[in-house]
Design a protein around this ligand. Sequence first.
Ligand SMILES: [Zn+2]
Length: 425
Amino acid sequence: MRLARAIAVFAFAVACLIATNALVRTPHASVSANTGASAAADDIAARAHKLHFSTYVIDTHDDTTQRFLSKSNFDLSKRYNDGSIDIPRMREGGMNGIFFSIWIDGKTMGPEAIRQALDQIDLVRTNVAKYPKDIVLCRTAEEVRRAHAQNKIAALMGVEGGHMIGNDIHIVNVFADLGVRYMTLSHFYNTEWSDSSTDKPAHNGLTDFGKEVVREMNRDGIMVDISHVSDKTFYDALEISKAPLIASHSSCRAICDHVRDMSDDMIKALAAKGGVIQINYEKSFIDQAYKDAYAKASGGVVQHLDELKKKCGDDGECFEREMKKDEEKLIAEGKLPHVTWEKVVEHIDHAVKLVGADHVGLGSDFDGANMPEGLEDASKLPIITEALMRKGYSDSDIRKILGENTLRVMEAAEKVSAEMKAQNP
Ligand SMILES: [Zn+2]
């Protein structure tokens, strides 16, 4: 037994707000109309396909690690009907870079948090190592490029929550040595040194120790991730960090006013220092009507999850099943609107109009959130490329959004690390 799985699943659901997987599995859609598409439209579809399958497509946040944990026989090489990520569907959707998220409940602290994080890092490494022809663990941008040249998927790791260092700064070094390439400063709850966006402010952003953690991450070449953190923590991290930051899975508040998303001012400040906002696909982060309707229909997400907890106890599978059923029922009753994949493109476009294509990327939250119709899994990704092309985006801008921006920030973090180590070995 690696963990009390069901408890973890419950906590995970609370943390992610909603943990159901895809509800409606639509066939691979095309952006163009089904009938009467002009020759020009067909040309765009063909060009988009060619571009998508020849470039880096890197997703900075996937919770597939939880599937390694909850399904002891989960096989990354097998095509599943549930969840969003496996090698066949990544291949089908041209996704060739993935950050596996290392996540544990934010209430678990100290040595136990470190132990569980190391356990998950081991799980990712072991599962990736099983399929060396298809997927390879990468630590640097150069290694990602090499993997791509060999037609292999680049597997990377991000630690989702600073609580996993157990207040021991040396654990940052251990994570770096094991291949972790970003760390989210806090998750659903505050850590003892950084405030979360979904908790009551306790530290007015980052404490002095929190700032030390950011500097240590810079030194180790671990990207600083500000998804989930409070606005003040974001601004503190932005000021302290020598390397650009990422928001590994956040969307735009201007379209959906959620604390997990970023305001226009924050996106501008992030971009001004070279950072990237990686757009999250979770329905309640991208669609205001859905977010409001869900809160109304369920009496609030947290209360709803408490009710399910009473019904299912610690049975994680019951939990997921019931949540899925509830959402289907609410949609059928017209109490929840449908949210489709175009909303994701709307967020990308908003951020690009605000700060340019150099500062926007993809951070789906696959296998950890509630995906919009049409983007239920990795196989559907080419639709984003086609939609951006139809909006008139240049090939070069699309390549940046799909993956090159992430590689650029990785390289910047590696450079800062090398400089800091050279100055102070
Ligand atoms: Zn998250």
